[in-house]
Design a protein around this ligand. Structure first.
Ligand code: IPD
Ligand code: CA
Ligand code: CA
Length: 271
């Protein structure tokens, strides 16, 4: 099976499981304001089963800790965030439910995000939105698609005409640079959003629903798939300081065009 097809099949199946489970999820806080549910765990288990059946030698890095599970296929190939992904030939990076806070509150903006990394660089990606039944996917060098059809970013290159999104960490503090960047951008763009799924934000930049998106506190599993989808759709994405993006640091600016990216960079680096 083509790797992109495997990634999309796993994302779709896990996403449909999330949609089915939404009324029986038992939310709890794993850290203050940082929610997890039984559905996050069930989704990650299903993804592991599907992918490891096809790719038994690949590694897995998922957001949720499944080490207490027994007899779970793929568990022996699971690594944690301390591992250097650049040392692994193939590692699947999984966010089984991106947008858990939305999901718990039944705000229907959430997704499943799956990326395959080759020595630390994303080569295959799938992000699935089970509510709209939209599956975004990409393979390095082969473009990005939504539901199998090519995608196009907005082409917008003026910040004053741009719809921009940002992500905050779960426990953002008063007076933090995250808040200051938000305020600066609010003055400069046409409209600013915090939608609650980092993976979907990146897909929206690739598809044209958003013109730009930045984040400084997300994790590798939030963005590994979306970064490849933005790149393959022809968008621009760099680290927040303008250098090449380090995917495991996950502080970045993504934009439809280079010109817009430069304007976002100037505003965000006032802080
Ligand atoms: C969160 C979402 C959100 C971002 C948070 C992430 P989760 O992921 O991507 O947009 O602001 O930083 O933690 O916890 O719902 O998987
Ligand atoms: Ca996430
Ligand atoms: Ca998650």
């Amino acid at each position: 099976m083509k790797l992109e097809d495997l990634a999309t099949a796993a994302a779709r199946e896990a996403g449909q499981l999330l949609a089915k489970m939404q009324d029986s999820i038992n939310p709890r806080e794993k850290a203050p304001k940082d929610l997890v549910t039984e559905a996050d765990v069930a989704s990650q288990k299903r993804i592991l089963e599907i992918i490891s059946e096809n790719r038994p030698d690949d590694f897995f890095l998922g957001e949720e800790d499944l080490t207490s599970e027994v007899d779970l296929p793929g568990l022996d190939q699971t690594v944690d965030s301390t591992v250097d992904l650049a040392d692994l030939e193939y590692c699947w990076v999984i966010d089984p439910l991106d947008g858990t806070a939305n999901y718990v509150h039944k705000l229907q903006t959430y997704s499943v995000s799956i990326a395959l990394l080759n020595y630390g660089e994303p080569i295959v990606a799938a992000v699935y939105d089970p509510v709209l039944n939209d599956c975004y996917s990409a393979t390095r060098g082969e473009g990005a698609r939504v539901n199998g059809l090519p995608m196009q970013h907005s082409g917008v290159d003026e910040l004053q005409r741009s719809l921009i999104a940002a992500s905050f960490s779960a426990g953002v503090e008063r007076g933090s640079p995250e808040v200051d960047r938000w305020v600066e951008m609010l003055y400069e763009c046409q409209a600013l959003r915090r939608l609650g799924s980092a993976a979907l934000n990146l897909c929206y930049v690739a598809q044209g629903g958003l013109d730009g998106y930045w984040a400084t506190s997300v994790k590798i599993w939030d963005i590994a798939a979306g970064v490849l989808i933005v790149r393959e759709a022809g968008g621009t994405i760099t680290s927040i300081d303008g250098g090449p993006l380090k995917i495991d640091e996950a502080k970045f600016i993504a934009a439809a065009t280079e010109k817009l990216h430069k304007q976002m960079f100037d505003v965000l680096n006032r802080v």
